[in-house]
Design a binder for this molecule. Structure first.
Ligand SMILES: *Cc1c(COP(=O)(O)O)cnc(C)c1O
Length: 400
């Protein structure tokens, strides 16, 4: 069972935990058990003929790590297997994955239709940079299908969505959005960062491309930056072409860390989800809490849809305290265990005030429109004992 093609055959139809631990591994002659870390920028050839054949592409194999690296390739094969895709390519960060996707499929005159509830830097990329090259972006309320339908036209080349959204956990019907996108001849790109393939596989619902910030749950322990683009071979070839020419390649060291992260992905995602569910229910019972946003709660407008297209509800929730900014800050500042940081997808629980940090760039009107009120707090629930997270939040909540 050492040959790579034997392994691939044996893994056909394997479960997610098996794929997360095994898919894509190619052992060297040294017989290493853990995936080898090929920390090398270039490769040597046996003779001039081999060099010529590798450069021309007549012979497959490594030339330079901006093109291919065995450790990075193992990660790419593994994430493709987990998402149920033909192919994947790794990038230096999540934003590099989104940029590479844009560069692969867009040109001047094209239009993008994007959910207005996406990662802040994604919005900046579209509004400030893609616009310079004649690409126009229309932003829509992700839960309002009339807006998607009105926005998407034959000029639309990419439709971009995050589900669940950050921080209010809005859920978008991926299958329905894929239909509308395909009718217009556009590709549907889903940023699957919040769920990971452990909880949601957008390609199964008709999405064309999945992008990830591997920096979050795929690492899971806040160590490395990385991104992934996943999809059909024909699409990934286009993205790969840009990455090879422009250079936002993933470091082999980071790829190795992400491989280790993936091994526990499903276990962690289930634990994050269980902790978030318990915390959401507890928060709802607190007199100082006005409203909790978590798709795991039966009254959340996206609950039924999330239950249909996700295996679990994930680790991110938000809630409004009674009062305004002062009361929200009071709760945040009273915590002693939680980490005050905008990051998420970490074993350590993080807490943040979106209106003055992650969503601080928005105008007051935009924040009002998207529900990012001054009394809103976002929590990316980690893997600590949930009663300790609750006790840490109670310190400030009892002051209100
Ligand atoms: C963090 C994040 C990104 C950007 O990823 P980086 O690795 O920080 O570049 C994109 N989308 C979502 C949903 C994110 O949370």
């Amino acid at each position: 069972m050492s040959d790579a093609s034997d392994l691939n055959e044996a893994l056909q139809g394997a479960g997610i935990d098996t794929l997360a631990v095994r898919a894509g591994q190619v052992r060297s002659d040294e017989g290493e058990h853990s995936e080898a870390l090929y920390l090398t920028s270039s490769y040597v050839f046996a003779d001039a003929q081999e060099a010529a054949d590798r450069f021309s592409g007549d012979q497959p194999g490594n030339v330079y790590s901006r093109y291919t690296n065995p450790t990075v390739r193992t990660l790419e094969a593994r994430i493709a297997a987990l998402e149920g895709a033909e192919s994947a390519v790794a990038t230096a960060s999540g934003m590099a994955a989104i940029l590479a996707t844009c560069m692969a499929f867009l040109q001047a005159g094209d239009q993008v239709v994007c959910s207005r509830s996406v990662f802040g830097t994604t919005t900046v990329l579209f509004t400030k940079y893609m616009s310079r090259f004649g690409v126009e972006t229309v932003f829509v309320d992700p839960t309002d299908f009339d807006q998607w339908q009105a926005g998407i036209s034959t000029n639309t080349k990419l439709v971009f969505v995050e589900t669940p959204s950050n921080p209010l956990c809005d859920i978008v019907d991926i299958a329905r959005l894929a239909d509308v996108s395909h009718q217009a001849g556009a590709l549907l790109v889903v940023d699957n960062c919040f769920c990971t393939p452990a909880l949601q596989k957008p390609l199964e619902f008709g999405a064309d491309i999945v992008v990830h910030s591997a920096t979050k749950y795929i690492d899971g322990q806040g160590r490395c930056l990385g991104g992934l683009v996943v999809g059909a071979q024909v699409h990934i070839e286009e993205v790969l072409g840009f990455i090879r020419s422009a250079g936002p390649t993933m470091s082999p060291f980071n790829a190795w860390v992400f491989l280790k992260g993936l091994e526990t992905l499903r276990l962690r995602m289930d634990a994050h989800s269980a902790n978030a569910m318990a915390l959401a229910r507890w928060l709802e019972a607190q007199p100082a809490v006005e409203k909790v946003f978590y798709a795991g709660l039966a009254h959340h407008p996206g609950h039924a849809l999330a239950a249909k297209q996700q295996r679990g509800f994930g680790g991110v929730l938000s809630f409004r305290v009674k009062g305004g900014r002062e009361q929200a800050w009071q709760v945040i500042d009273a915590t002693k265990i939680l980490s005050l940081t905008a990051n998420l997808g970490d074993a350590k629980t993080t807490i943040v005030h979106p209106a003055t940090t992650t969503h601080g760039r928005l105008s007051d009107a935009q924040r009002a429109e998207t529900g990012i009120t001054e009394n809103l707090i976002r929590i990316a629930v980690g893997l600590e004992d949930v009663q300790d997270i609750q006790a840490d939040l109670e310190r400030g909540l009892t002051l209100i």
